[in-house]
Write a protein that binds this ligand. Structure first.
Ligand code: IPD
Ligand code: CA
Ligand code: CA
Length: 262
């Protein structure tokens, strides 16, 4: 077994380095931007450079470990350890010049999340968690919120990249849930949404069709902060509700109600 506390220090260092690269190029006028799966699914030169930096570090320090990165896919290695990386979560924000974006690095051992780091460079917020050791923001212990009624809650959500062509695009869940809330946010970075749930800055969050790299670190943060994750669809990748147990159950109830009416 690797010494997770040591690994965490190292990963925090990588995230800060990549964060510096992202801040340095933030709002750069000639930022190279391409599209991926749809015209709304963007990738910038900084997404690619960030992923390369992190993968080079993993390969140099943990050459036997398997890696899954958003921009380079599965690095096909047989290992008990799997690194799951979103080098720049919130690419749309980054490309627009909006400051909510982050780096998400998760480590799994035999399929179980054991380490999660989400770093938001513009805000200089470092969220960390190790399995069974709690969750932290800039070294301070964090916990999910304690609200029990939706009309006292601010929740975040998001919409999938295929929202134009796929009717399972969260619009009906949104219509059912939002009128019941104190407020809703669409922050545009799933890993940061989960980090904010872990810290109680958001009371909860739901989103469908997320990918492994969006959630690998954030789910551990929420669980280690005393929260719950529920998986509400198995036909749309990672479709999750996050929050304290009561909030998750309330949101789940409304989602099920919409599904029954389909
Ligand atoms: C996206 C963001 C966004 C979520 C999308 C993700 P990316 O990740 O997390 O908030 O709604 O589903 O794909 O493309 O910016 O890394
Ligand atoms: Ca992402
Ligand atoms: Ca990304």
């Amino acid at each position: 077994m690797v010494d997770l506390k040591e690994v965490l220090k190292e990963v925090e260092g990588w995230a800060r380095e990549v964060g510096q690269l992202q801040r340095k190029n933030f709002r750069k006028e000639d930022l190279e931007i391409d599209t991926k799966s749809t015209v709304t699914d963007l990738v910038t030169e900084i997404d690619k450079k960030s992923e390369k930096y992190i993968i080079d570090k993993i390969e140099a320090n943990y050459p036997d470990h398997a890696i899954l990165g958003e921009e380079t896919g599965d690095h096909h290695k047989e290992s008990d350890y799997l690194w799951v990386i979103d080098p720049l979560d919130g690419t749309n924000n980054y490309a627009q010049g909006l400051p909510i974006y982050c780096i998400s690095i998760g480590l799994k051992y035999r399929g179980e999340a054991i380490l999660g780091v989400v770093y938001a460079p513009y805000l200089d917020e470092m969220y960390t968690a190790l399995k069974d050791e709690g969750a932290f923001c800039n070294g301070k212990k964090i916990n999910v919120g304690s609200e029990k009624e939706l009309d006292r809650c601010v929740l975040a959500t998001g919409f999938p990249y295929d929202k134009l062509t796929n009717p399972l695009n969260n619009i009906d869940y949104f219509g059912e849930i939002v009128p019941r809330l104190r407020g809703v946010r669409r922050m545009g970075a799933a890993a940061y949404d989960l980090a904010c749930v872990a810290a109680g800055f958001l009371d909860g969050y739901w989103e469908m069709n997320l990918r492994h790299w969006d959630v690998a670190a954030g789910i551990l943060l929420v669980e280690e902060a005393g929260g719950k994750i529920s998986y509400f669809r198995d036909d749309r990748e990672y479709s999750i509700i996050a929050g304290n147990k009561d909030v998750v159950e309330l949101v789940e109830g409304h989602i099920k109600m919409v599904d029954r009416k389909r």
